[in-house]
Design a protein around this ligand. Structure first.
Ligand code: C5P
Length: 395
């Protein structure tokens, strides 16, 4: 690790004291740390402590003649393998999300061509504010990675999500990004979103799948270092950073795209594939006529999950399916595991409010080894747990 370097931007929040510990952990592991301390950050930790622990000069001024003479802000922004922002305050996130460049930290974030990791820290209300939500979504879409924040008691006396991740967790995330992550060298195939089955040139049979969970899983796998092929039905989700996306419409196109993407080390079938399609897609638009409404004949679509799980000679080592159930979740998931021939099923109860199209998910993992029940969590968090479990299975 000795040649790896981190550019560490320290924002103005009480959690900045934890960044000193993070700096120590990084140096102990032989990672170079070049600190940028914002003006607000300097209200919480001193340049002297930061410089002593980093064993490097602390940069603070955008227009400092000495800094610019030694290293311009553009050069500084590219002098490391990774840019880390800890604590990433609401203010720094807003600046980065909007491309502002009024100080050294913001300019560096705008000028860098290196991966960026943010460890947000702020009051729970600030974290939950619609403006921060928007900025977070923008930064994720721009390819910024995040670690934390955690839930817990806050320095301001409130309780909730917004505590900066612990130094050890940020350190692990940094090492993962510097070393390429546990899925480095692995190819993972993910299906997501609905399929749309043509009836005629303007009409389709489809469903309400948003693609959120599948896209989050593709992003999480990429963050762990995997090469990810995401075969997506028609959705309006942004492509996660580092993911190569193949857009399709019908189940048959989805199957063809999946087969073309093989070999893969793992396949995660999250897509809500239409079970049936019209037996014939009319080449011209069906017209209202004297004969009354047309009678639709439906035929069954191919089962992509089952096809991949039974593929010879290119069955991915780990094949994961999803099950959205409204009753007897575990029983149905077990049956699906056998019927589809996959290695585990991520099952959820879609009668729970907010699961379909919402931000949260409560899932259970059903495999031959047994059942794991996971607490309700955000779809991003569930995605990262699934990605880590795949990494374990492939290790
Ligand atoms: O039994 P059911 O079809 O609901 O199973 C859902 C699981 O199967 C999901 O993982 C889904 O992505 C996958 N599936 C598929 N192709 C189909 C139908 C479902 O890959 N035609």
């Amino acid at each position: 690790m000795s040649e790896k370097r981190v550019l560490l931007i320290v924002g103005g929040g009480i959690a900045a004291y934890k960044t000193l510990e993070l700096t120590r952990l990084l140096r102990k592991a032989g990672v170079g740390v070049r600190p940028i301390l914002t003006q607000a950050g300097a209200q919480f930790v001193t340049p002297l402590s930061l410089s002593a622990l980093a064993e490097d000069k602390v940069y603070s001024e955008l227009f400092s003649l000495t800094d610019e003479a030694e290293m311009g802000h553009i050069e500084l922004s590219r002098s490391a393998d990774l840019v880390v922002v800890a604590p990433a305050t609401a203010d720094l996130m807003a600046k980065a999300a909007n491309g502002l460049a009024g100080d050294l930290a913001a300019t560096t974030l705008l000028a860098t061509d290196k991966p960026v990791l943010m460890a947000p820290a702020m009051n729970v209300r600030m974290w939950e504010h619609a403006a921060t939500r928007r900025n977070l979504a923008t930064l994720k879409a721009d390819g910024v990675s995040f670690v934390g924040p955690d839930e817990g008691a806050m320095a301001c006396g409130e309780y909730g999500e917004g505590r900066m991740a612990e130094p050890a967790a940020i350190f692990d995330a940094i090492l993962g990004m510097l070393e390429g992550g546990p899925l480095k060298g692995k190819h993972v195939l993910v299906t997501a979103g609905p399929t749309a089955e043509a009836l005629d040139p303007v009409r389709v049979l489809t469903n309400r799948s948003s693609g959120k969970q599948g896209f989050a899983i593709a992003g999480a796998l990429a963050r762990l270092g995997a090469r990810v092929t995401l075969v997506a039905g028609p959705v309006s989700q942004p492509t996660p950073a580092g993911v190569s996306r193949v857009d399709i419409e019908s189940a048959r196109e989805m199957l063809a795209a999946c087969q073309a993407a093989l070999p893969a080390d793992a396949a995660v079938c999250v897509a809500a594939v239409a079970d049936w399609r019209p037996d014939e897609a009319y080449r011209i638009k069906l017209k209202k006529g004297r004969d009354g409404p047309p009678v639709l004949t439906l035929v069954e679509n191919p089962d992509i999950l089952a096809t991949l799980a039974a593929h010879t000679p290119q069955r991915p080592r780990v094949v994961v399916g999803f099950a959205a159930e409204t009753n007897d979740v575990e029983k149905h998931a077990r049956a699906k595991l056998t019927r589809k021939g996959c290695d585990w099923i991520v099952a959820n109860d879609v009668t729970q409010p907010g699961v379909m199209g919402g931000a949260d998910n409560t899932v259970m993992i059903v495999s031959k080894a047994g059942v794991e029940r996971w607490d309700r969590a955000g779809k991003d968090e569930v995605a990262m747990k699934i990605a880590r479990r795949i990494a374990q299975d492939l290790a």
